[in-house]
Design a binder for this molecule. Sequence first.
Ligand code: SF4
Length: 692
Amino acid sequence: MEKHMTVCPYCGAGCKFNLLVENGQVVGAEGLDGITNQGELCLKGMSGYDFINDTKILTPRILHPMIRRTKGAELERVSWDEALDFTAKKLLEIKEKHGADAILTTGSSRGPGNEANYVMQKFTRACIGTNNIDNCARTCHGPSVIGLIDTVGSGAMSVSIPNMENADCIMLFGYNPSASHPIVARRIVKAKERGAKIIVADPRIIETARIADIYMQINNGCNLAFVNAFANVIVSEGLMDKKFVEEHTSGFEAWWETVKNYTPEAVQDITGVDPETLRAAARMYATAGGSIIGWGMGVTQQCQGVHTVHQIAAIACVSGQIGRDNAGLAPVRGQNNVQGSCDMGMWPSLYPGYQKVADPAMRSKFAKAWGVSEDSLSLSEGCKLTDLPHLVKEGKIRAFYNFGEDPLQTEPDSIDMRETLENVEFLISQDIFMTQTTALADVVFPGTSWGEHDGVFSASDRTFQRFTAAVPPKGECKHDWQIFQELSTRMGYPMHYDDTKQIWDEVRELCPSFQGATYEKMAGVGYAQWPIPEVGHPGTPTLYQGGQFNMPDGKALLMTTDWKAPTELPDEEYPLILCTVREVGHYSCRSMTGNCKVLALLADEPGYVTINPADAEKRGIKDQDLVWVHSRRGKVISRAAIDERTNKGTVYMTYQWWIGKCNTLTMHATDPLSGTPEDKHSACQVDAIDDQ
Ligand code: SF4
């Protein structure tokens, strides 16, 4: 049996393991002693490999290129030459007629790796000539990237995953690691066993709440009021680290002008938290030796996501709980390489390595390196993935190049998204499976699967790790970076990389924070944690050591604002709040896990809606009944899962199911600062179905 070293393609925990190969088929996984997993794997890591073998459980692998010659025609199999020529001609026509900014591309935060994403953003900027490039972080941790760049300077975790185990206090806020990052959840359990205090603030009684020293069942949609009150207690009870605030922060006066109004008592109706409990939690957090705040989509997929991240960073700063080992900020990223997509500049305002497109010096540097004129690289920020529906309606986006994502399944208001994808003049989709989005495409490019190519992933805590191919590409599948370079060459901007190492060395050369992350350093179970400015540098597990923030004056900027209510509130017609969540055995749009034998057995269509017993009884609903869930956007059938840990008045659905798709119900309201959809809060109703 052959063994091939890889990194898990599912969550951002970055677990390292061997893929086991027999007779050309991937048949198993065995954990390796990686920096984050130390030999352990969760269910998805252990059982989530066989989609590579084209099991056809949910949908078959795409094994050859296809084009749709005219809208409404069937997709037809063609040669690579024909598919690439067809695409290059159409993109050049659109660019000629409507300008480069009429084209939007989106990178893949899943299996392809950093090298493929780097080449795609280079193709977008240097060949097409636009900054219209984004990735799925827009829909998840976009507010963390923006909120942290605004306040402390780097849009990433300030601590490392192994560090979490050594903290004295861990506060989880809108983050359910047992479902989204089981190996991180395990670190938290180990921290608890060592004596760390655990605080959980979440509307649902999540698994970690069961081991929490303080659990606060906050109201859905209260986040900014909650963190403002938390900050208020830290200052008003004298828990502030005055020296740290004076020496390492700015903006305290303006920040306190807002925070002073948010006593726990004043906002109790909004937060739903008993003031004494909130005060006890703030004391526990601020006085511990080293405290870490972990947060997830419960914070970011809200209309005030960026403001809430500003305040989380401020709380860490005023408490002095940042800039030293085992204390800091942990926005744990969802998809396995979503940190990498951001690292590689799949972001409309940033080149690779978080270098700003608006900075003329950066433009100059990238223009020179890429051999293009400075004028051809735009200084303007591009548009966002979540702008797609309205920009297509307005005729501003004419072509959309979707790489390894499935917006029709994962973005809100899917009826509107379907109309968008059907109406965009030219849709290219590059994927390994015929997803909901790919089925609508005018061009389908078969990329290689994780397990069929080499590269580097970025774990959520800024750790670069290498992964290698276990089996050769299936059918006519090409490496994703090869597809981009062949298309680019046909469009008049030649690219000729021989392998991923050549690409990665170019990334290192252009990004000062990544320079020491050589393939050699990452051999085997090796890794490199950025910033790693030179070969020989050990990497940086903890950011902002000694209170040195990555800001122009070196100081963290304290920021917050007033709370406002979510966009859509429950009413008589739609009296329940709908909140989207994760399913532990499935991942993203389910095209990968739904094609794995073991994982596919875990749950079946049409998914489930989790509901409190009182809300179910009121509607005559029994556990496992089929029910209608409807909102102002649409109606889906689902299965009721009655659960006492679900708070009254709110129902929870996972977005992975093709039948009973909950994004039919969610709405396209976004945080104005990040463009991230408010997936955690919309109004709905659940009705029993008679005659079951
Ligand atoms: Fe994969 Fe995440 Fe599970 Fe680790 S915790 S095995 S990275 S899904």
